[in-house]
Write a protein that binds this ligand. Structure first.
Ligand SMILES: NC(=O)c1ccc[n+]([C@@H]2O[C@H](COP(=O)([O-])OP(=O)(O)OC[C@H]3O[C@@H](n4cnc5c(N)ncnc54)[C@H](OP(=O)(O)O)[C@@H]3O)[C@@H](O)[C@H]2O)c1
Length: 272
């Protein structure tokens, strides 16, 4: 058996034994930014759909508690403490997924940072650097290591988390808007390069979603909640699991002909 066709049977067997039935059965999936918000919700939804997951973020306590919860429910889960802005950290996380589960089939590159919105001329250099390092370099680091692993087993699926701010200028910071546009550009570039090698790369563009990031912002700008709600045909803030469902679908074989797209999951925000 060559490295190109390493079978997923061990993962399939373990999924069936744990009672999982879903669209990611037999797949090994890596999720970044899994210590909170959308990433933590994705960990639960990916596991529900049968994936064996490798969870990545910087805060160990949150990752350990979530991994414990998932294992107690009969799922296959592990975590790696890593900073997506550091290539060597991401390499370690991808290697852990391959070492433990034998392969990497799917990745949800979700880790992100949003600086408190302020007019551009009032932001400091660090706001730009941290936003770009996390949101752009992070996705660059993740995709490069994930692609190397996926090429060894004949392909996979990658979903990058952009934002409505990757499509239009929402009322958030300029570096965040620029970084999320870059995620979509990098998604299209990678989709084009790797579709012929069996790797589908897509992005999602969530609207306002209940999480630490948005809660912190709305706490200091309570008037913004109404502004956001009034701009959307579905006037509410999404539950993180609603975003995770889109990522799962794009990672699954059900989305087998979807390549290089950006799926808005925003209650219609970008229709106006
Ligand atoms: N909430 C929204 O309304 C919304 C809308 C559109 C898009 N998004 C995007 O959705 C993604 C998830 O955000 P969220 O809303 O769920 O926010 P959140 O609750 O603040 O979660 C952010 C996650 O990213 C991780 N993270 C941040 N910097 C990291 C780094 N350098 N290395 C590794 N992990 C890092 C954090 O973990 P640690 O701190 O433990 O590292 C955390 O798990 C982000 O890309 C965000 O831009 C959110």
């Amino acid at each position: 058996m060559t490295a190109w066709f390493q079978p997923a049977y061990p993962l399939l067997l373990s999924a069936f034994m744990s009672g999982d039935i879903g669209v990611l059965i037999g797949k090994s999936a890596l999720i970044t930014g899994a210590s909170a918000g959308i990433g933590a919700a994705a960990a639960r939804v990916f596991c529900r759909e049968g994936a064996a997951v490798t969870l990545v973020a910087r805060r160990e306590a949150q990752l350990a508690a979530l991994t414990e919860e998932l294992r107690a429910a009969g799922h296959r889960a592990q975590y790696v403490v890593a900073d997506v802005a550091k290539s060597e950290d991401v390499a370690r996380a991808v290697a852990a997924a391959v070492d433990t589960y034998g392969r990497l089939d799917a990745a949800f590159n979700n880790a992100g940072y949003g600086v408190e919105p302020k007019p551009m001329h009032l932001l400091d250099e660090d706001a730009y650097d941290t936003t770009m390092d996390t949101n752009v370099r992070g996705v660059w680091n993740c995709m490069r290591h994930e692609i190397r692993a996926m090429l060894l087993t004949g392909g996979g699926a990658i979903v990058n988390n952009s934002s409505t701010a990757g499509l239009v200028a929402t009322p958030v910071s300029a570096p965040y808007i620029a970084s999320k546009h870059a995620v979509i550009g990098m998604t299209k570039a990678a989709a084009t390069e790797y579709a012929p090698h069996g790797i589908r790369v897509n992005a999602i563009a969530p609207g306002s979603t209940r999480s630490e990031m948005i809660d912190t912002w709305l706490k200091s700008n309570p008037e913004m909640e109404d502004v956001l709600l009034q701009a959307a045909p579905l006037p509410r803030i999404a539950d993180p699991a609603e975003i995770a469902e889109a990522a799962v679908w794009l990672c699954s074989d059900r989305a087998s002909f979807v390549v290089g797209t950006t799926l808005s999951v925003d209650g219609g925000w970008t229709t106006r």
